[in-house]
Design a protein around this ligand. Structure first.
Ligand SMILES: *Cc1c(COP(=O)(O)O)cnc(C)c1O
Length: 229
């Protein structure tokens, strides 16, 4: 199947999962994950209605951003971000999903201030405690929020997680449910400069379960563009 058919199917499934949790298709933002995907295929996706794309490497953002200047696209940084690379993408991205240390938050704040921007960020949470994953542990989030209080040029908009890989998405349903709980707890806490608007969870193998558990951003790559080479 090509990008057109894949997208149609993904959109249909998002709509069904949204309905199952009392929401509508338009309540869920689809971020098409374009890592390793060439600019021409991204352009095709954009022509088919994709408005948000996700990349996990700074270098790919820089080169594709230039190629696709004429397309109206929101760029999402979804991968691990090194502090020394923030300066290359701060002016290009709409949302950074992967803030997991206060040092990174401070660097984003500093670079955003320089260009008079308030950077939208999500906190990446390692819900499952897998050692290989980036992300802060749920118990450290309160401390993080306190330390981030003075950072006027970042706007914390929600949470993101990557669930452990599994062939059976039901296995990771509890991971999504736990992140949703944390999301609601932070929302109830009403911290200054923090708005829990976005819950970014779910990839090709598990986005329907993630939506059922409350995700309003899903990040789908393979399901749209096919297996990465
Ligand atoms: C690659 C990637 C995705 C998309 O993965 P697929 O399984 O291809 O849908 C989503 N989120 C992050 C952080 C990724 O790195």
């Amino acid at each position: 199947m090509g990008i057109r058919d894949n997208l149609e199917l993904v959109n249909k499934r998002i709509g069904e999962a949204a309905a199952a949790s009392g929401r509508k298709r338009e309540d869920i933002k689809l971020v098409a994950v374009t890592k390793t995907v060439g600019s021409e295929n991204i352009r095709e996706a954009a022509d088919l209605g994709v408005t948000s794309i996700g990349e996990n490497r700074v270098q790919e953002i820089i080169s594709k951003y230039e190629d696709l200047k004429d397309c109206t696209l929101e760029w999402h940084m979804i991968g691990h971000l090194q502090r020394n690379k923030v300066k290359y993408i701060i002016d290009k991205v709409s949302l950074i999903h992967s803030v997991d240390t206060i040092a990174l938050a401070r660097e984003i704040n500093k670079r955003a201030e320089k260009i008079r921007k308030r950077a939208n960020v999500l906190l990446q949470i390692n819900v499952s405690g897998e050692e290989s994953k980036f992300g802060m542990e749920p118990v450290t989030v309160r401390d993080f929020l306190q330390q981030a209080e003075g950072l006027k040029n970042i706007h914390i908009r929600g949470l993101m997680t990557i669930a452990p890989f599994t062939n059976n998405p039901e296995e990771v349903r509890p991971v999504f449910a736990r992140l949703k709980e944390l999301f609601e707890a932070i929302k109830a806490g009403k911290s200054e400069g923090v708005d829990m608007d976005y819950l970014s969870m779910g990839m090709t193998g598990d986005y329907e379960v993630a939506i059922e558990e409350g995700a309003n951003i899903v990040r789908v790559g393979t399901g749209i563009f096919g297996a990465r080479g």
